[in-house]
Structure formats: structure tokens, C-alpha cells
Design a protein around this ligand. Structure first.
Ligand code: CU
Length: 517
């Protein structure tokens, strides 16, 4: 390399700057969000009415699988790693991430992994068709040949996550500014510190699961094959020992974001800071000991079912403490409702609905009815979309002026909020009814009595999808031609916008002013 900073594409390929890498992560995750969203649109178009209209059932299975994999591993996780890269060094007063070159590597292997995964759509045998949970023997004995590409992609993605986590932990533990003790760290930093430990604990378990699959498929082992002395239920234990903490890997940084936005727009410090830290830590601990609540139907002993049922319900305690703290933060605050706050409040309400339906499906005897129905689909989309995606969107609106120095168009953003809020609920709330009425998930077609709510759900999905294109437009418009935040006209008459000022805010928020070009 020549001396001096690289120009053009080289700047992005060779960058070790945490802000550049954060930007790369965020754009990559948004591209994956649109791709996974496109798959969702195909699914909802096929389910718009009963009868086969658009795609074959085999391709439908590939769509549900790719939608789940791309959204979980390609969109949501990298989005929060992007936010971590941008914000953590600035929040703790560090000049950059602790391991900047590894930071570059952990991003740049991701596009490779997901190109590999997406390319299976064009290969003989088609893309993975066994669901994002890839249960054996569907993913081993009966899998298309392209499953090996899937396994390789998962390994690369896992390596990227582990490297990212090592970097985050090393940065937080070693590079805090003098005086920034652990219990003074902003909540987003705390939630990411705990999330990074979760990732390091469970990504190797995922790697183990796909490696056992690789061995069963190609090298004649029988980990998951009963005919050879193995056990398919072992797969579910291994997968969910990864999979349940994975849910909290996705949602804990979202909690962190919300714990910043609500105090800002309530003009009060976060209520119960230390209880928030301890609640986050106890949720993380509990997430390791509840995994078999996904497996109530495999024929567990009754004692096992009771244990996993009660342990799961225990998670409601620290989670409710968090919701209580957010509401108490808003209580008697001088609230204003700019777009980030709208998304944050929607998060609190809708995530709580997702949490309550979570308690419902955790009840082992009732889960016999809920299991593999659209009720479960509705439940986890309230957690994943109204939880993780809404908070990610809130974070972009909240921090975009700090990142690019420009303000987004507030009225357009509010339109975007309401369209996505309504679109989301119209999509997923009826799926509770469909599930309770007995509609199973992951089928390309359904009986006539499910027609009405499916049509409503599909209309909601197209609306929600369109709102994301508006979001893309708003972000690009802000970056290219938004009003600079230092221009006093930007917050003229808008008293609630002091937060765009690049001045240090005391207590739990920024410690260093952001750079504005
Ligand atoms: Cu779980």
C-alpha cells in the first residue's frame, strides 16, 4: 500500500476506522433487510389467497428458510454490530475499536458468506429449504446438495460474530476514558458488553451443530441419524442451546438503544440505571437455561417440561423490570414525540405484546396447541420486527444527525413511522387469530377458512415493505441534502431538538461530542 489514506473503493476495503466499518455494517445489513424483505413479500404474495398462484411449494420452503436466515444473521445482527462500531468508542471515550484490523476482517467476510448463501438460489437443487432452524434429519438426510454452502456460510458468519464480540469486549474493558467506570457506562455499551459474551458462548455451539451436520452428510457419521445410533432430538437440543440466547443477542442491544432514546425525549435521566444493568445480566444468564421450551413436543419427561416452563416464565421478571423503568423514565417527564421517540414508544408497547404471547407459548400444556402454528409466527415477529427492527430504525433516526451532520426530514419520517407501525400490526396481529384457529406455519397453501385474515396480513406486509423504501429515501435524502444540524434554522421553533446539538450531554449519554464535517 502506498502511504496516506486510500481513496475510492480502497478506502472502504482497507478501512480500520470504526465509523467507516460501522457505516459498512449498517449499509450491508440494510441491503440484507431489503433482500430478506423481498423473500417475505414473495411469501405473503403466495399466501394472499388460497390456491397456488405464484410459486411452487418447493420454492416456498426455500423462501421461508432464506427469509429467516437472511433476516436473523444478515440484517438484524450486523445492524447492531454496526451501531456498536459507531457508538461504543465515542460513548466510552476511546479513539477507535481495540482491534481495528480484525474489525475490518470481521466485516468483509460477511458479504462473502451471504453471497455464498444467496447463490444457492441459482444452483441445482435450490436453496436450503429446511427452515431457519434447519432441524435434522430434514437438513441432513433429506437436504439439497447446496446444504454444504449453507454450512460454510454459517461458519463464516459465526467467525465474523465471534471476532466482532472479542473486539467489543476488548474495547469496553480496556479503552474506557479515565473516570468512565463500568457502572457509569451508557446502557447501550452495557447491553453490548453482555451481548458480546453471549455471542462468544453460543456461536461455537452453532458451529458445532453445522459441523455435525457436515459430518453426517458427507463423512458417514450418525450424530442425528437414529439408524446409525444417533438422535435427531440431539440436534434440537444443540440448536436451541444456541438459538434461545440468540434471541437475546438480537434484543439486548435493542434494549440499550431504547434506554437512550426514552430519557432524551423525556428530558429525564434513565430511571433505575443499575437495575437496568442487573436486569440485562440476569436475562442473559436465564437465556442459557430455558432452551427446551422450543421442544415441548419431542416427548420430554414431565419434570423437564415443568422445569423449562417455569424457568422461561422467570425471564418475565427482569424484562418487566426494564419495561417498568422505561415507563417510569417517561412518567412526569416533558415528553416530545419526534420520530425516534415514536419508534421507542411503539417498541415498548409492541415488544410487551410479544413478551406476553411469549409467556403464553411457554405454558407447556398450552404449547401443544400453539406449537408450529401462526400464533408462534406472530409472537416472534412482535419480538424481532417491533422489537429489534423498530429499535434499529429508532437508532438510525436518533443518531443519523450525529453521524452525517445533517437532519432528516421530520415530517416524512413521521409518515414513515405511522405507515410502518400500521403496516406491521396489520401484518402480524391477524396471525395470532390464524394460529389460534389452527393454521400451521411453513405451508404454501391453506384451507379456505383462513382466507380473510391471510389477505389482511398480506396487505399489511406490502404496506410495511413499502414503508422501508420510504425509510431508505429519507436516510439518503438526509445524508445528501439534509439541513446541517449546526444551522440554527434546523431547530427553529422545534424546541425538542436540542438533542441534535453536538454538545456533551451529562449522565449516561454522550461523553464526547461527535464530529461534524
Ligand atoms: Cu427460546
Amino acid at each position: 500500500m502506498a502511504h496516506g489514506p486510500a481513496k475510492g473503493i480502497g478506502r472502504w476495503l482497507f478501512t480500520t476506522n470504526h465509523k467507516d466499518i460501522g457505516t459498512l455494517y449498517l449499509w450491508f445489513s440494510f441491503a440484507m433487510f431489503l433482500l430478506g424483505g423481498f423473500f417475505a413479500m414473495v411469501i405473503r404474495a403466495e399466501l394472499f389467497e388460497p390456491g397456488m398462484q405464484i410459486i411452487k411449494p418447493e420454492f416456498f420452503n426455500q423462501m421461508t428458510t432464506m427469509h429467516g436466515l437472511v433476516m436473523v444473521f444478515g440484517a438484524i445482527m450486523p445492524a447492531f454490530v454496526g451501531l456498536a462500531n459507531w457508538m461504543i468508542p465515542m460513548m466510552i471515550g476511546a479513539p477507535d475499536m481495540a482491534l481495528p484490523r480484525m474489525n475490518n476482517l470481521s466485516f468483509w467476510i460477511l458479504p462473502f458468506a451471504f453471497t455464498l448463501l444467496a447463490s444457492t438460489l441459482f444452483m441445482e437443487g435450490g436453496a436450503p429449504n429446511f427452515g431457519w432452524t434447519f432441524y435434522a434429519p430434514l437438513s441432513t438426510t433429506y437436504a439439497p446438495d447446496t446444504v454444504n454452502y449453507f454450512i460454510f456460510a454459517m461458519h463464516i458468519m459465526g467467525a465474523s460474530s465471534i471476532m466482532g464480540s472479542i473486539n467489543i469486549i476488548a474495547t469496553i474493558l480496556n479503552m474506557r476514558a479515565p473516570g468512565m467506570t463500568l457502572m457509569k457506562m451508557p446502557m447501550f455499551v452495557w447491553t453490548w458488553l453482555i451481548t458480546a459474551f453471549l455471542l462468544i458462548a453460543v456461536m461455537p455451539v452453532l458451529a458445532g451443530a453445522v459441523t455435525m451436520m457436515l459430518m453426517d452428510i458427507n463423512f458417514g457419521t450418525s450424530f442425528f441419524n437414529a439408524a446409525g445410533g444417533g438422535d435427531p432430538v440431539l440436534f434440537q437440543h444443540v440448536f436451541w442451546f444456541f438459538g434461545h440466547p440468540e434471541v437475546y443477542i438480537i434484543i439486548l442491544p435493542a434494549f440499550g438503544v431504547i434506554s437512550h432514546i426514552i430519557p432524551t425525549f423525556s428530558r429525564k435521566p434513565l430511571f433505575g440505571y443499575s437495575s437496568m444493568v442487573y436486569a440485562t445480566a440476569s436475562i442473559a444468564f436465564l437465556s442459557f437455561i430455558v432452551w427446551a421450551h422450543h421442544m415441548f413436543l419431542v416427548g420430554m419427561p414431565i419434570g423437564g417440561e415443568l422445569y423449562f416452563m417455569y424457568a422461561t416464565m422467570l425471564i418475565a421478571v427482569p424484562t418487566a423490570a426494564k419495561v417498568f423503568n422505561w415507563i417510569s423514565t417517561m412518567f412526569r417527564g416533558s415528553l416530545t414525540f419526534e420520530t425516534p421517540m415514536l419508534f421507542a414508544i411503539a417498541f415498548v408497547i409492541l415488544f410487551t405484546i410479544g413478551g406476553l404471547t411469549g409467556v403464553m407459548v411457554a405454558i407447556a400444556p398450552a404449547d401443544v396447541q400453539y406449537h408450529d402454528s401462526y400464533f408462534v409466527v406472530a409472537h416472534f415477529h412482535y419480538v424481532m420486527v417491533a422489537g429489534a427492527v423498530f429499535s434499529g430504525t429508532a437508532a438510525v433516526y436518533y443518531w443519523l444527525p450525529k453521524w452525517c451532520g445533517n437532519m432528516y426530514n421530520e415530517s416524512m419520517a413521521k409518515v414513515q413511522f405511522w405507515v410502518s407501525f400500521i403496516g406491521f400490526n396489520v401484518t402480524f396481529f391477524p396471525q395470532h387469530f390464524l394460529g389460534l384457529a389452527g393454521m400451521p406455519r411453513r405451508y404454501a397453501d391453506y384451507a379456505l377458512q383462513f382466507s380473510d385474515w391471510n389477505m389482511v396480513s398480506s396487505i399489511g406486509a406490502f404496506t410495511y415493505g413499502a414503508s422501508q423504501l420510504l425509510f431508505l429515501y429519507i436516510v439518503i435524502q438526509a445524508i445528501k441534502s439534509g439541513k446541517p444540524v449546526r444551522d440554527p434554522k434546523v431547530w427553529e421553533g422545534a424546541e425538542g431538538l436540542e438533542w441534535t446539538l453536538p454538545t456533551p450531554v451529562p449522565y449516561h449519554t454522550f461523553s464526547t461530542p461527535p464530529e461534524v464535517k
